[in-house]
Design a protein around this ligand. Structure first.
Ligand code: ARG
Ligand code: ZN
Length: 465
């Protein structure tokens, strides 16, 4: 409200001279003042996300031809301007844009690397809701991440393995591609009959006509773009409702089915255990996608983790723990990645401890015994330094060690309350390392600065407390 008053005053009396000056200085100056930025200011991924608007909803309608690997898409974004916008960016890489409208009027656009720069016919006002429709097509290409791994739309022999962390969403839909912006999604995918297309949330409908099947998925709870999937393949599908009322949808590559079955059978009990330890499961839907793809990692795609081979129990625990830590509580900056990976890793340790296997202390001790030259101590998890390191061992293992040290310092009752409150207070939203450190201090009444300094930020192998 305050902002709007300021704007109104500006346009009437005070700044007429300023506006005139801007005009005189040339359109470039005037436009630059009200264009949305090309990134949200993430130090590791400067072009990720975009400034000036928030996407409330993505409506994606896709058709994938598994033979030619051609993707046709229509993306309808319902967004809200957070500033005056003469121009704004979307993140979109590779595919050809065949049409673009803003509020049904053809808009200007140009491509600049991963930025799709849009100039709507009419300037958007702060707080204004607007609708962007982008039609596109082509053969999607995965992206290579700073650490050499691949993500995005990754074609397989029978479809596609679709994983977007940290950058890949933009390979298959135009997005505000940073976890700072969370949205609801409707994802509709048409594939050749006999193939299954699996996405996030609930399956609303499945229809076959003219040799093709269309799957309509809906994710109502807010989701970061990197957690969206539209994985396509030949899958065995299993659906059921747990005693706790969660809708489970598992899609499994038949080649992985025998190995996956005993682990996936544990999903209800894993989710029940995690709900007991972390608080209520944050979504209505759950499940798994197992798609043989040799990408070398699994991803916590929201409500339905994606595995590139039959997972072991530890991986199942890890990806589902991310539903609380990473998916429901999102990052605001990739440098805070330990809030995702350290927590999901510590969930594995806790699961092990509480199911008669190794204790968290034993796992900690084994890791701590590694020499100072080990990669585990290559950089501190709270400050990985660059996008190249966000999935490095220190983020996972030393991040979990930091939580273990916190647990030892505050004791079990307070520690588990901190975990639950972290998930509860930031549910459906965001959290920063600073907020976590503050929560831990408040709930324990202890000065934990040197503990966090040592385990999250100090370079090299920490000395034992
Ligand atoms: N977050 C995933 C996990 O649970 C890892 C994703 C790795 N992504 C990548 N592009 N290497 O561990
Ligand atoms: Zn993880």
């Amino acid at each position: 409200k305050t902002r709007r008053q300021t704007v109104r005053r500006t346009t009437t009396t005070l700044t007429v001279p300023v506006a005139v000056a801007a005009l005189l200085a040339g359109a470039g100056t005037a436009v630059a003042d009200t264009a949305g930025t090309s990134g949200v200011g993430d130090p590791y991924f400067p072009l990720a996300g975009n400034g000036g608007y928030h996407v409330e909803h993505y409506g994606l309608t896709l058709r994938y031809d598994t033979g030619s690997r051609h993707l046709d898409g229509t993306a309808v974004l319902t967004a809200r301007a957070t500033q005056r916008l003469t121009r704004f960016d979307l993140d979109f890489k590779g595919l050809k844009v065949t049409g673009l409208t803003v509020d049904r009027a053809a808009a200007g656009f140009r491509r600049d690397g991963q930025e799709l720069v849009v100039t709507p016919r009419r300037t958007l006002h702060p707080g204004q809701e607007f609708r962007v429709k982008v039609t596109y097509s082509g053969v999607p290409k995965k992206v290579t991440d700073p650490d050499g791994s691949a993500d995005g739309w990754i074609a397989t022999d029978d479809g596609a393995f679709v994983a977007g962390e940290p950058q890949g969403a933009m390979t298959w839909f135009p997005a505000n591609n940073h976890p700072k912006d969370k949205s609801s999604y409707d994802i509709t995918i048409t594939v050749p009959k006999g193939r299954t297309a699996v996405s996030n949330g609930a399956l609303l409908s499945r229809r076959t006509a003219h040799g093709r099947t269309t799957f309509h998925w809906r994710q109502t709870e807010p989701m970061a773009a990197y957690l969206a999937t539209a994985t396509v393949g030949k899958f065995k599908v299993e659906q059921y409702t747990t005693r706790d009322g969660l809708h489970v949808y598992n899609a499994v590559d038949p080649r992985e089915a025998a190995a996956a079955a005993p682990v996936l059978k544990q999903l209800p009990s894993v989710l029940k255990w995690e709900s007991k330890v972390f608080g209520p499961y944050p979504f209505r839907d759950a499940g798994s996608i197992v798609d043989r793809a040799h990408v070398g990692y699994a991803l916590e795609t929201q409500s339905r983790p994606l595995y590139d081979e039959a997972p072991d129990l530890g991986t199942l625990v890890h990806e589902n723990a991310h539903q609380w830590f990473g998916d429901s509580v999102s990052l605001t900056s990739w440098k805070d990645i330990w809030l995702n990976e350290g927590f999901a890793t510590y969930a594995e340790w806790l699961y092990s401890e509480q199911h008669g296997a190794s204790t968290a202390q034993k796992i900690f001790d084994t890791l701590y015994a590694r020499p100072a030259s080990d990669g585990l101590w290559a950089f501190p998890p709270g400050n990985p330094g660059s996008g190249k390191n966000i999935f490095g061992t220190p983020v996972y293992a030393r991040g979990a060690m930091a939580l273990h040290e916190l647990r030892r310092a505050v004791g079990d009752p307070v520690f588990f309350r901190i975990l639950r409150d972290w998930a509860g207070r930031h549910r459906g939203g965001h959290g920063t390392t600073e907020q976590f450190v503050n929560l831990a201090r408040q709930e324990s009444g202890k000065d934990l600065n040197s503990l966090f300094q040592t385990w999250l930020y100090a370079p090299g192998k920490p000395n034992k407390a």
